[in-house]
Design a protein around this ligand. Sequence first.
Ligand code: BG6
Length: 690
Amino acid sequence: MCGIFAYLNYLTAVDRQSIADILTQGLKRLEYRGYDSAGLAIDGDSDGEVLIFKEVGKVASLQKLIQEQNTIDWTKTFTSHCGMAHTRWATHGQPSRINSHPHRSDTKNEFTVVHNGIITNYRELRLVLEKKGYTFESETDTEAIAKLAKYIWDSQKGNKTLTFTDLVKGVVKELEGAFAMIFKSVHFPNEIVATRRGSPLLIGVKTPKKLKVDFVDVEFGGIAEEIPAEVEGAPTTFSSLEVPKLRRSESRAFLSEDGLPQQIEYFLASDPSAVVEHTKTVLYLLDDDIANIREGELRIHRLRRDDGISSIRSIQTLEIELAEIMKGSFDHFMQKEIYEQPESVVNTMRGRVNFDTHKVTLGGLKTYLPTIRRCRRIVFIACGTSYHSALATRAIFEELTEIPVSTELASDFLDRKTPIFRDDVCVFISQSGETADTILAMRYCLERGALCVGVTNTVGSSISRESHCGVHINAGPEIGVASTKAYTSQFIALVMIAIQLSEDRTSMTDRRNEIIDGLHALPGHIKEVLAIDQELQRLARDVLHKEKSLLIMGRGFQHATCLEGALKIKEVSYMHSEGILAGELKHGPLALVDENMPVILIMTRDSLYPKVRSALEQVTARKGQPIIICNKGDDAINAESKTIRIPQTVDCLQGLLTIVPLQLLSYHLACLAGVDVDFPRNLAKSVTVE
Ligand code: BG6
C-alpha cells in the first residue's frame, strides 16, 4: 500500500517552498503506508510546465533532493496551484526513481498521476498503448494510467467540450483492479481529479469562513459506448468520448455567502493523519466516486447511479487530535503506542462497559444481537496481528456463547473458497479497515448472505462502511507498522462482544462479572507490566540480542500470545521467531530445543498450568533454559529460572498482559539491531492490494 496526497490552494497566496513542504509533510504522515521511494509534482514557472521530483528511500531523501534544486525559485508565490505527492510500497518494479510516482504521460508531463493500489489489466493496456506508439519508461502498473489519459486526450483532439472529469471517467472505465488516484494536467491548470475503487481517499477542506452546507451533491452521468475488444481483454480503440448531459451542480458548499468563489484550500489524502494538522473538515470518497476540484469548487461525480449509494457526500469532522499522531517524548511510534495501552484499553471500553452493573452495551450491534445468537457458527476472518486477536478470544467466545467459532486467515479463506451460508456470522477484524484480503473475504461473505460484522480502528474505512454492523475499537491512530495497542483493543472489543452475546445466559453471570472486574483492573495491570521495561531492555541486551532464533511457547489462552509475540519480533527486529503451541512440542518442535536455543515459555496461572509445567520439564530435560513469563507471587517457579513476572488476572484476559513484555522485548531487540523500528523493511501498515 502506498500513501497519496495532494494540496490545492485557490485564491490563497502560497509560495512554492511552502507548497513543497505541505506536500512532503503530508507524505511524512503517510510514510507508514510505504516508504521505499517518494515523489511529487508541482507547477513550473511557465504555463503548462510541471516539475516532478522523485527519489528512492524515505520522504527525507525526497526533501533533501528538493533542497538541492537551487536553480528553482522556491519563493515564487501562487494564488492558485495544485500539487500532488506519493510515498511508495513497491508492488510492480524495484524501488527506483523511474518507478516512483508521480507517473507521467510523456516527457512534457501533460498528465501526471499518483496511485495507491494495483491495476490488474495494466499489461493489456500497456500492450495496446505501445502498439499505438506510446513509450513506457517504468516497470509500474501505474504508468499505464497516465498514458491512457494522454491517449484519450489525443483521441479527443479538438473536442472543446471535453472536461478533465470526463477524461478521467474514460480512463476509469478501462481500469481493472484497486485504486485511489489523483490526476493533474497541463491541459487543465489548477484543477485536479481524484477517484477511488478499493483504496481509501478523503478530502480535507480549509476555508477562512464556515462552509454554507455540510454536504456535497453527487452528480451522475456516464460515457455511452462500450469498447469493442480486439485482442482478448485488450482494448483496441478507446470509446470516442461523448460528453454526458450533466445536471447543473447544486453543490453550494464551497461558494461564499454571495455565491462567489472564496479563498479555499483542499488536502486530499489516503488517510486522516495527513489532513488533521490542516483541517478537521473532511469528506470521505466512496468507491467509484470521481471528485473534481476546479476554481475552488469540489464536485463529486459518478459514472452511474448505483442502488444503495447515497446521492450526497456528507462533510464530517475528524475526531483525532494532532498530538495523537505525534511521537511526543517517545523515540518511536511503536514505543509510544505500547505505552499508550493503559489509556487505549480504557477508550475501547468507554461508554460500553458499566463496571457497576457489570453490563456491556455495544450500540453498533444492538439490532443484530438476536440474529447473531441464533447463528449456525461464528467465523473470525483477518490477517496478521488482527488474526491473532481473533485466536486469543476464540475460546472465551465459545465458552460464553456456546456457538462454534472458527478462525480464518483471510487469504487462505479466499483461496479455499470456504463454504459460507446465510445463517453464518462472519466477523472481520482489521486495524486499518483497508486490508485487501480481509475486504475481499468480507465481500465474498456478503455475496453469500452471511451477516458481516466489522471490528476496526478506522472510522470511514471500507470494512466499517461495507459491513452490516460492527464495533470501532477506538484505540486511536496507530502509526508504527507493527501493531501493538490495536491488538489489545481488538482483543477487548471481541471479549465485549462475547459478553454481550451471552447476556441471555444466566448461567454465565458469574463468569461475565469476573471478566468485567478483570477488565476494570486492566489499565492498572498493564501499567505494572510497563514498569518492568528496563528489566526487559536488559534481557534483550544481555541475553537475546545476539541470538538468531527464538521459540515462544504457551498453551490455551496463551497460544495466540506466542504467535503474536513471535510476529512482533519478526516484524521489527528481523530475528527468526516462532510461536509454538506447547501441547504440540512433543510432536516435532522439541527437536529444536537444546542448550543453545533461546526459549520463552508463558506459564501463567490458569487451568492448563500443570500441562505447561510438563512442557517446561520437556524443555529443561533437553538442556533448554527457558525464560518464563509467569505471575507475580508464583513461588512454584524455581528461583534459578530467568523469569518475567506479571500480574495475574482472569485467565481469558491474561493474554492482554503477557503480550506486553513481548511487545517491549521486540521493541528493544529492534533498537539494538539498529533497524527502523516504525518502518520495518518490506512491510506496510496494511496491505491494500491482494
Ligand atoms: C500488515 C501489518 O500489513 O497487515 C500488520 O504489517 C497487520 O501489522 C496486518 O496486523 C493486518 O492489518 P489490519 O489493518 O487489517 O489489521
